[in-house]
Design a protein around this ligand. Structure first.
Ligand code: MG
Length: 475
């Protein structure tokens, strides 16, 4: 074979294609990924998103050194469904997880359902995709995708798990009001698949999760790693360790956020110390909007309407900051639509993993947008549910049952919730607070038909391309 005539040109073409591929994405080697997921933290609960009554200096630094995403969405406004979507890159209805799992089995005399179900082990999660590419993987914190051993993180691609398998109000805890949900077992703290403590002192959960996260990073400083840290806080009931008690003007809720911020700082400091900053993508966001009916124990979503449980912006639009020095432009604001369902295909692309094209997912690789290779987010359409869609700046809510939360009237008291069913249309470009529905205006008839068709097509796709929730038989 003539080296000059054949091998050399082939080599040059190969090198050119490789350098073009690198320059299009800027990625030379798979990054470590740290994904921190707060629970019920609202759109306005970070300093960089307008929080006034408590301080989040480490999260603000993360935003300064990276990007703030101001149109970032979770596809469900409750815990389990939001987590299922994040880990599978699919809408909740696609994977059969639309509500919340409770730790009750059919044998407990509870209605069949809740505790006998979990995210289907057949689903392909982010952890499985990355593990396949040699990543070390860990889940630390609130899992909430099924607490039966068949459904735990170790069955979904995570090498290790440490944390509470579901919400911290689904069990017994210190200071619990008399008669409150006593039918649940004592709250378990798990190491992999084993209960290592029951009813752990929740004051120290954030600290213990952080210590575990820092230890994991140190242990895997030579590997690519995926650290998924879904915090238990600031889900009610709120707990904080002593150094943070009374630290914020906004009471216990502010204290809890300041401890979460400390946790982020400890992780960032560890990455810096180990020289891993340049090769680590760090993301902080929340699983859904604030629990407004909890009064002073809930967060804020201003200027958005409403919060958790609802289809309004405050339920689904959450703060998101992400940093990867040298890749994501510092101090940038990205206002394109991006969702947690986009993480799986985006991380897969960064890790060089190929997804199975036969398996329908809803997420998109948004790396070219985050990296700045393209100006517009690839995502212009987002479904809050099969009946609610945003395209561009228009949001349509078809006629259906919609919840609206009444915030608590005074500190400490609980608010309430109402349901109504009229269709609504909002222009989010000049009505971010969803105060003026334009649904009745005749000039929007064609627009409403177009958006309705999106919902109907999506509903149709769920008939043929939805997968079942995981179910165990009664024991
Ligand atoms: Mg939540």
């Amino acid at each position: 074979m003539d080296f000059r005539k054949f091998v050399l040109p082939c080599l040059l073409v190969g090198l050119t294609l490789l350098s073009q591929a690198i320059s299009a994405t800027g990625v030379e080697r798979p990054p470590n990924i740290v994904l921190i997921f707060a629970d019920d933290l609202g759109y306005a609960d970070l300093g960089s998103f307008g929080a006034q009554d408590f301080k989040t200096p480490n999260l603000d630094r993360l935003a300064r050194e990276g990007a703030r995403l101001t149109n970032f969405y979770v596809p469900a406004s409750v815990c389990s469904a939001s987590r299922a979507a994040l880990l599978t890159g699919s809408y909740p209805d696609r994977v059969g997880v639309t509500g919340v799992f409770f730790p009750t089995r059919a044998k407990d005399g509870q209605p069949a359902g809740h505790g006998d179900k979990g995210l289907n082990p057949d689903e392909i999660t982010i952890a499985e995709v990355l593990k396949e590419k040699g990543y070390a993987t860990i889940c630390i914190g609130k899992w909430h995708l099924g607490d039966h051993p068949d459904f735990l993180p170790t069955k979904q691609g995570f090498d290790e798990y440490f944390g509470l398998p579901y919400s911290n109000d689904m069990g017994w805890w210190a200071g619990q009001p008399e008669g409150f949900k006593k039918d649940f077992p004592p709250l378990p703290l798990l190491e992999d698949e084993n209960v290592i403590e029951t009813n752990p002192n929740q004051r120290y959960l954030t600290r213990r999760y952080t210590e575990r996260a820092v230890g994991f990073i140190r242990q895997h400083s030579e590997d690519p790693f995926f650290l998924y840290l879904p915090h238990t806080m600031p889900h009610v009931p709120l707990f904080v360790s002593e150094p943070f008690s009374g630290s914020a003007k906004y009471g216990l809720y502010g204290d809890v956020i300041e401890e979460l911020d400390w946790s982020v700082g400890a992780i960032l400091e560890t990455l810096r110390e180990l020289n891993l900053e340049e090769n680590t993508l760090v993301i902080f966001t929340s699983d859904n909007g604030p629990w407004l009916s909890m009064g002073a124990h809930g967060g804020k979503a201003d200027p958005l309407r409403d919060g958790k449980f609802t289809r309004f912006e405050g339920g689904h639009r959450v703060p998101c900051v992400m940093r990867w020095p040298g890749k994501i432009a510092p101090n940038s604001e990205l206002d394109g639509i991006v969702s947690t369902i986009d993480f799986l295909p985006t991380f897969a692309a960064l890790a060089g993993a190929t997804l199975n094209a036969e398996r329908k997912i809803d997420g998109m690789d948004v790396w070219p947008y985050l990296y700045g290779a393209v100006e517009e987010s690839p995502r212009d359409t987002f479904f809050y549910s099969p009946w609610v869609v945003r395209q561009g700046n228009w949001k349509l809510m078809l006629a259906g049952k919609y919840k609206e939360v009444f915030p608590a009237p005074t500190s400490g008291e609980k608010g309430g919730m109402v349901t109504y069913d009229h269709p609504q249309l909002y222009d989010l470009s000049n009505d971010i607070g969803e105060t003026r529905s334009l649904h009745a205006k005749s000039e929007h008839k064609v627009l409403i038909e177009t958006l309705s068709k999106l919902c109907l097509d999506y509903q149709e796709s769920l008939k043929t391309e939805a997968r079942p929730v995981g179910t165990i038989s009664a024991e």
